[in-house]
Each structure stands twice: as structure tokens, then as C-alpha cells.
Design a protein around this ligand. Structure first.
Ligand SMILES: Cc1cc2nc3c(=O)[nH]c(=O)nc-3n(C[C@H](O)[C@H](O)[C@H](O)COP(=O)(O)O)c2cc1C
Length: 210
């Protein structure tokens, strides 16, 4: 297989300044709704990029679990690698790639933990086994083998029963956006890129070269 020859043309849609909302959260919702309506496999999967105190980056996928006027919410283990990195450097980036729609959406900003009440509410909504797993898994730490993980799960299930308590180290983060970039693939690699940045007088819209 010749990897270098893999390429596709982007023909589906275009994006221009007059056709987008002046407010990026509204534009985000529009694109997210379109991704849902297109029945993409995991439309709410997004890459989260963080970096440690020395600037060394890392990235992984998390699921978007909410959006409000403040920002985008996901849930995880606060003691995980991402949690440790966010404690050292709360700046982060989120990235959606909706291949079927020929769209990329980048969101950058500062991260803060959601309230304990918000985390409790979401934790309680998860399937029981997922709650036991969240309690059992020391996310990002080395474990001896699969059997150790399963033993931890069994123990958490036995201890937690039908209404396990959310561990304090498991909960949500909210990214408070400073910028949103909407990328729509176009023919001949002349893609459309519209960037919203938050300034003193609110959101500014500009176009970036592809
Ligand atoms: C589709 C998909 C969804 C995921 N959703 C989450 C999530 O919402 N929260 C989470 O902590 N990890 C999620 N993961 C696992 C992470 O990608 C990652 O393995 C884990 O969070 C540990 O990352 P870290 O060691 O960098 O902290 C998901 C993975 C995939 C492939």
C-alpha cells in the first residue's frame, strides 16, 4: 500500500462568514446537531490535548458529556495522567474530527473542575458497572495484569453494591473556550477555516488560510 497516495477531495460543503453564527457556542451546537443527525459513529468523541509542567504534550480521546454557556464538559479520573497534567497546566485543547462531514472543530481554553454536585449527578446517571469500574480503576497507573483489574472490579462491586458513592478523585472538567475554529474541507485543498477568539469586546471572527 502506498500511504503517500492516499488522498481525497472535499466536496460536501462550504463555510463562509455570512453563513455562520456570530456566537461560537451557537455555531458549535449547529455543527454538533448536524453530526448527530448524520448518525456518525461516536459524534461526541473528542481528542483532549494537555501538557505537563515542562510543556511535554499528550493526547487522548474523551467523550463530550455536556455543553452550556460556560463551556464543554467531560468526565474522568482526576488522578489520571491527564488529571495530573491539568493540575500542573490547566490550558488544554479539544478536537473533533467528523470525517463523514469533512469537518474539524478545534476548541482551546482553560480547564476547571465542575462542581461536586455536577459530578455526583453525572456519576449517578452512569450504568452500575461503569460506576464500579470508575471506582476500581486507578486510571493511568500500571497494573500487574488483567486479573488484578478484574479483582479490583469485583471488590468495588461487592463494596459499592447498588448505589456506589462517587470517589472524590473521579469527576468532571469543563473547558472554558478562548477560541473555536471551524474547518470545512474544500476542493483543491482551499479549505475554509473560521476562527472565533474571545477578546475584551467579545467574540471576534476571522478567517485563516488553509
Ligand atoms: C471513544 C473513546 C471514548 C473515551 N472516553 C473517555 C472519557 O470520557 N473519559 C476518560 O477518562 N477516558 C476516556 N477514554 C479513554 C482515554 O482515551 C484514555 O485512555 C484514558 O482517559 C487515560 O488517559 P490518560 O492516561 O492520558 O489520563 C475514551 C477512549 C475512547 C477510544
Amino acid at each position: 500500500m502506498d500511504i503517500a497516495s492516499l488522498r481525497s477531495e472535499y466536496l460536501r460543503a462550504s463555510l463562509d462568514e455570512t453563513g455562520v453564527s456570530t456566537e461560537p457556542f451557537a455555531q458549535f451546537r449547529r455543527w454538533f446537531d448536524e453530526a448527530l443527525r448524520a448518525e456518525l459513529p461516536v459524534a461526541n468523541a473528542m481528542t483532549l490535548a494537555t501538557s505537563d509542567g515542562t510543556g511535554r504534550p499528550s493526547a487522548r480521546i474523551v467523550l463530550l458529556k455536556g455543553i452550556d454557556e460556560r463551556g464543554l464538559v467531560f468526565f474522568t479520573n482526576y488522578r489520571s495522567r491527564k488529571g495530573r497534567e491539568l493540575a500542573a497546566n490547566p490550558q488544554a485543547a479539544l478536537l473533533f474530527y467528523w470525517a463523514e462531514l469533512e469537518r474539524e472543530l478545534r476548541v482551546e481554553g482553560r480547564i476547571e473542575a465542575v462542581s461536586a454536585a455536577e459530578s455526583d449527578e453525572y456519576f449517578a446517571s452512569r450504568p452500575l458497572a461503569s460506576r464500579h469500574a470508575a471506582i476500581a480503576s486507578p486510571q493511568s497507573e500500571a497494573v500487574a495484569n488483567r486479573a488484578e483489574l478484574e479483582a479490583r472490579f469485583d471488590e468495588a462491586a461487592a463494596r459499592g453494591g447498588d448505589s456506589p458513592q462517587r470517589p472524590a478523585h473521579w469527576g468532571g472538567y469543563r473547558l472554558l473556550p478562548q477560541s473555536f475554529e471551524f474547518w470545512q474541507g474544500r476542493p483543491s485543498r482551499l479549505h475554509d477555516r473560521l476562527l472565533y477568539t474571545l477578546g475584551d469586546s467579545g467574540w471576534q471572527l476571522s478567517r485563516l488560510a488553509p
